[in-house]
Design a protein around this ligand. Sequence first.
Ligand SMILES: Nc1nc2c(ncn2[C@@H]2O[C@H](COP(=O)(O)OP(=O)(O)OP(=O)(O)O)[C@@H](O)[C@H]2O)c(=O)[nH]1
Ligand SMILES: [Mg+2]
Length: 559
Amino acid sequence: MPLTVGTAGHIDHGKTWLVRALTGKDTDRLPEEQRRGISIDLGYAQLELADGRRLSVVDVPGHERFVRTMVAGATGIDLFLLVVDAGEGARPQTHEHLAILRLLGIERGVVALSKVDAVDDETAILAEEEAHELVPGAEVVRVSAKTGAGLDALRAAIGRVADSVEHARVDRPTRLYVDRAFSVAGFGTVVTGTLWSGSIGSGDDLRLEPSGQGVRIRSVQVHDTDVDRAESGQRVAVSLPGVERREVARGEALVAPGAYAISYRLDVALEEIAPIEDGARVQVHVGTVHALARVVRLGRFAQLRLERPVVAARDDRVILRAGTTLGGGVVVDPMPPRHRDESRIARFAAGDVAGTIAAPIRLDTLRFVLDGELEGVERAGSWVFSRSWLEAWADELRARIGSADPIDPGISPPFEPWAADVLPLLPFERRGAKLYLPGAVATLAGRAEDAAALESQLAGAGVRATKVTDDELARFLEASGRLVRLGDGYAIGVDAFEVARDVVLGECRAEGEITLARFRDLVGTGRRDAQLLLERLDADGVTRRDGERRVLRRAALSG
Ligand SMILES: Nc1nc2c(ncn2[C@@H]2O[C@H](COP(=O)(O)OP(=O)(O)OP(=O)(O)O)[C@@H](O)[C@H]2O)c(=O)[nH]1
Ligand SMILES: [Mg+2]
């Protein structure tokens, strides 16, 4: 199992010298690093143990201004090598780096008491005691990069820790956070990083996120050696043909397409070192990237609202800093909606995703928080929802139908996007554009008197059209054959309509046609009413308009 060990410790405490003494490689390769004698960027080397096992080493800078670089280096490691100057003892970044390691969940490692050649035995013993207090349970080894003292003992101690550590996240899809990007003549752009999970081989189609570029891997190296396929936990260099050097930087992630959330928000379970206020602005470190964010406190949880998107997954560890390290968090939901719902996060944190679901949401939106199948919810189409929500919704629809006009006891179906998928689960009837209780029939209910009054009004009006304001009543009476509706909200009695129709039929059969003026004279009504009646006959398919005349349609001719 390939593992990566990362250094940690205060500036000048001898990390880089120790890495060089252990591996033979000087990781301070930048001219500025050599001139100033401090580390600025991350350094990489390979450590061979006595039994031939090889570990990757990441050397981090100790300067307080480069803590963010330290975090980027530490996110990919499996065990730490904390370096404490035997003469100086623990200093501010000794504590801060240690806190960051704990927040990242990196619990196992070795403490190297460095520069023991420069201190007397008494000082070394005191430093040793302090180191044991600082990191209970870790082996403390006295070393000197200068004389080589203690290096074998240190390798052996690292070997013992490596035996007890397992690289996490192995069985997840491919993810590598880029920590360096450079161009190599003949290869184009090369990126390096620790492969957090999955594997990478030449020919693989992956994506650089959040920039969102598809890439096909050309070649893969592990510690300067070409390999067909690199495995999770290894330090990897991959060449990306077609990608410009300026298009990729530290912080991008190389991932299996679609496998990870690319998100502006993270719901996290907080671990505070210093109090983190609601509304605080912090730098959030995820993988090798950091982004400014606002903290929305929700009890012991928080929603981090980021200024730019990051690639993250459930259970990832994040570090929160604002000048100093304030704390960290474990990602509970890498792509949550905007919310201030503490119980939602608490349930997610407890693994109870189903318990947060009530009204329908798309199953797809949960793909980054579900480990397996979602149990205990109802489904329809692409939606999931709770049984109790469905029952409550059915009750609500029933209540709305119950208060609908009995003359047409239906309601317009709900317009929500999930309604079309969920409605078929419920025992309602769809008739035309409306939703009814099964077998519901229209009734006049309390409007029988209105109906009788309207009917006698129509009877009295004869062939004159009457304006009816209650459209529903008119529809109902028409459906039960008690009046005929004309245009513009007018109606006429059934008998009068029969008379008018007979007039048209008789005249047309005798004369072949009828004009508006002739019809008006024959039935003895006004021009507007005559017009409405003829239009209704047109609509019924009895007559057809032909210029100023009406003629019978073929069906009416034979009848
Ligand atoms: N006497 C003695 N001095 C050492 C030893 N190791 C390192 N030093 C001194 O300490 C200085 C800093 O060592 P580095 O290894 O660069 O320290 P560092 O922890 O990597 O520093 P940063 O990366 O800047 O945090 C060196 O330039 C040496 O002068 C040692 O074993 N013995
Ligand atoms: Mg250094």
